[in-house]
Design a protein. Sequence first.
Lengths: 243, 121
Amino acid sequence: MASAAIPDPHHAADAHSHPPTTTGLNHRKIAVWAFIGSECMLFVSLISTYLIYKGRSIAGPYPHEWWCRATNTIGKTAAELGTCAPAETFKPILNIPVTSASTFVLLMSSLAMVLALAAVENADKPKPTGTWENILRSSKTWLWVTAILGTTFLGFQAYEFTSFVHEGLTIRTNLFGSSFFTLTGFHGAHVTVGVLWLLALLGIDYKRGLKPADALNVDIAALYWHFVDVVWIAIFTLLYLIQ
Amino acid sequence: MANEAAHAADAHPADAHADEHYHPQWSTYWKVAVVLTLITVVEVWIYYIPSFVASKLFVPSLLIMSAVKFAIVVMFYMHLKYDHKLFRALFTGPLLIAIGTLFGLLFLFGKLAIRLGLGAG
């Protein structure tokens, strides 16, 4: 225990240097991993709720099926509904092309985030000569890209929620609506927090510049951002693709 | 990637700082992004093949691809592949408990029992 608490001169000027701890690891990073572990449980409980309620709605609209409100019948195609008036016919509510695009946007935001962290970690190295190397080493650029991509994802989600409401699905319509909006709404709230966190980091970067000594702060924000991304990877498959 | 993995393995096991600090190079991050994009394209592509959607391979294929994407992001972007084992435990422990609870709940609510043929009796 005591030996672990002795500061290592090799790491004295290290970007991740921190006060001595019994584990030799930074307490803030341990805390954020514990937080992410607890968030795993939160999202798995919400996903469990969605999966348990899946297929148990007694009225539409439905995620992958056509629905005739007048007769309350469902079908894989519109033809399976028989003679149903167009005003009473509801198409499958999920829009896979739009969600695929938003998934791609969130995946790319994770790339931008990890490049932002790399840029901060290498901020004290000699300035590169090439344009591309300069872009790679610009933490402001990558933090902006991450925040913009995160905001784009939120825009896609706002579009999706609005179109669902216009098509007759709200959080109060049926079990699918309740569990879907709760799960994706919680995820969207997490993305919103992440974007605000990124904007705060950008504010610091513009005010005094993010140095390697700040790498841990960026690393913690990055861990949160990537976690939001992996949650969406699970949601995209379980909610949108599996019928 | 192999060189970087070797680099990580070279770190002294007792040196918690080294375990905590090693991050891959920029090129690795770009390669990972390409792999994630390709897997996503395949996921969406098979969604639009009716014969594959109707087959028994559809759901397992999607779950495997999703799990691979999840693992890639956690290992390379969240650096868990290179980080200290305590971080791995803090993440995988609750995740495994949560997944176990998920399967337990699905079983209790008849979602898995029907597939296993236990719900008919």
